[in-house]
Design a protein around this ligand. Sequence first.
Ligand code: CAA
Length: 261
Amino acid sequence: MSFQNLLLEQPEPGVYLLTLNRPQALNALNAATLDELTRAIAQVAGDAGARVLLVTGAGEKAFVAGADITEMQALSAEQAQAFSASGMRVMHALEALPVPVIALVNGYALGGGCELAMACDWIIASDRAVFGQPEVNLGIPPGFGGTQRLSRLVGRARALELVTTARQVKADEALAIGLVTRVVAAAELREAGLVVARSIAAKGPVAVRLAKQAVQHGQDLDLANACVYETSLFALAFATADQKEGMRAFVEKRVPRFCGE
Ligand code: CAA
């Protein structure tokens, strides 16, 4: 599958690397890029051998500097609704991937870029990363889920402060408020992502998917029901060959050979 504004590579078995690739516009998300993202995410979703997806931006400067402002400026309210809905679908599709999705934020992650990063399961930032929801500078609120995912990640008060002031947050502050899980030197970002991806790819694939499912869907339930849900996924794992192999390998003091079934 070929793309104009994206690169989708498999640097290692089971590991996909998706690069937003419009560096001349700081990888801004236009309608064509959203369509390509939909196709790329579907390709990863359709590959039973996929284990992890890494998402990053091309160039030195930006992860994604937002939705494309030049394309948005002439939209009618009806067209803006369709554009927002299309961005929302991309974010939901990314979130719904059964495998872990990690954003490697290498520079500006503003507006739709911050929203894209937050739709990933977690974010590793370079020390040059800058996050923000600057939409109010343009006379609009966020439109790809920023108000909702930011408040869930950093809390209501911090989210409100950031979306109403458009204040930008550098990597160290992003780490302190829980927006990112780790900060690494810019030159080490890709390798840091690959190290995590490799480690996940070596685990039992069904167990990784069940663990993601439990955390993700459990968050929408109250604690008692979420724990019942976890019990059902835990039990399900005992119907897999991977559980037998994982425990046999432990007892036999060897590395497990998971088959993903
Ligand atoms: N849309 C379209 N083009 C963009 C863009 C965007 N979001 N961000 C940057 N670009 C383009 C610039 O227009 C410029 O193009 P030209 O060379 O053709 O003039 C090129 O990328 C390089 O950008 P700058 O010259 O501005 O680079 P800089 O280093 O001076 O500034 C920046 C970097 C601070 C990120 C600045 O580009 C900027 O503020 N960008 C816009 C950020 C923004 O407001 N994002 C939110 C968009 S709205 C949104 O995302 C809505 C939503 O929730 C769905």
